[in-house]
Ligand binder design. Sequence first.
Ligand code: NAD
Ligand code: UDX
Length: 480
Amino acid sequence: MVKICCIGAGYVGGPTMAVIALKCPSIQVVVVDISVSRITAWNSEQLPIYEPGLEDIVKQCRGKNLFFSTDVEKNVAEADIIFVSVNTPTKTQGLGAGRAADLTYWESAARMIADVSTSNKIVVEKSTVPVKTAEAIEKILSFNSKGINYQILSNPEFLAEGTAIQDLFNPDRVLIGGKETPDGQKAIQTLKDVYAHWVPEDRIITTNLWSAELSKLAANAFLAQRISSVNAMSALCEATGADVSQVSHAVGKDTRIGSKFLNASVGFGGSCFQKDILNLVYICECNGLPEVANYWKQVIKVNDYQKKRFVNRVVSSMFNTVSGKKIAILGFAFKKDTGDTRETPAIDVCKELLRDRARLSIYDPQVTMDQIQRDLSMDKFDWDHPVHLQPVSPGTVKKVSIVWDAYEAARDAHAICILTEWDEFKTLDYQRIFDNMQKPAFVFDGRNIVNVRKLREIGFIVYSIGKPLDPWIKDMPAVA
Ligand code: NAD
Ligand code: UDX
């Protein structure tokens, strides 16, 4: 029986290994982590992450060929294939701070593999890493090899949160990079055989190591670039009276462009896009390519501009002050169908509104009070460095209340900001909400999910990203 061990039981390690276990009953899969609380949760009824479809799979496989353990060393020692799926956050200190990937967690995993291994291993990079990381890892492993043969493969993960299970069941492609030597090709074939249990062969692409590593950064940069492009257009739409949804529909109809990933929003979030683009920028700079670095940097700049622009709209529309006003925040996760808040635009929007002395009442169906308090009290980039995190006590961030119902959040509020596109926000009883709000009542839709015409009929003043402006908002001072 082939034995797989995955180091890192997070958003990637957990779902990916659960699907491998489901699709490959002949393979034993153990997911290990240094976080005792995460492993305890994976072994409980309340999984540590919310992902549609995940719970069913874990329940089917757990205890049969899928195990979660804190015994990292034993399980690594016994495995034939080791996936490394630890976090690779942006460095917060030292050389490359604010851009380069912090490989501390990766390096410590590699050193541990070298320490405990007594048999040949295939080590698979599942984390998103800078180009040439495989080379560095190989050095660590081979300098400590004790005669063991290590083959390093790059197998970046392309799943998106909220649709992880669907993405893993039916991937556009599986990418495997390895060495062009006979041993490298043999290792590629071994990993291919795992995926071949359910992925059609023509969707499994093999490349050299560096192409695989770079393809992952490139894919995320391209996706984020589309969002920044449409968001840049949304600003122009508001200035000219065009409607961004109509523009993206017309543009996306061109089969060379395609219709996906053209939804204007308050900005993209999530643990990957910003981090991976910053990493790409850093790699370009280190390779003497400042023009290329600046091109990609602009994707992040436009994203920051979009978040700032949204807050400016809120404040300027409300007579240039939100001081002491209650604002309901609907949605805090970085997208729907996840409880993940890493780099969610809601953090920046809420922090800016708090700086302008607003009172916030926040509701998200999947994010806990503790998480929201933590996010609002944390410095940029600290979120992915567990060692920096201190426990927070409820009420740490003053002027914020966290409630468990959208109607409660909006009661007596002057305005509503929709920051996540949860389906339930589309079908709220907006008449009831309007009746219980201060007047004039504002809706600022950062996800373009409400029916603007209907809400205006009820009496709301509505701002929707990139849509023709409400006459009220048009008459207010222009945003910077
Ligand atoms: P995560 O923070 O959810 O999980 C990482 C886990 O690794 C944590 O539970 C942490 O405790 C554990 N860990 C860290 N060092 C360890 C060590 N030495 N030994 C054992 N466990 C250790 O992160 P994630 O979202 O799963 O992302 C993991 C990697 O996958 C990152 O490089 C990320 O860029 C990449 N990725 C993420 C996504 C996504 O949607 N989240 C998608 C594709 C790729
Ligand atoms: C992304 C990539 O899609 C995935 O392939 C990679 O493996 C990890 O990073 P993820 O961050 O989980 O996945 O979600 P994604 O669906 O890409 O959304 C990222 C952000 O962009 C979200 O905040 C989302 O709301 C926003 N977005 C997405 C838009 O604002 N407009 C769009 O049209 C699409």
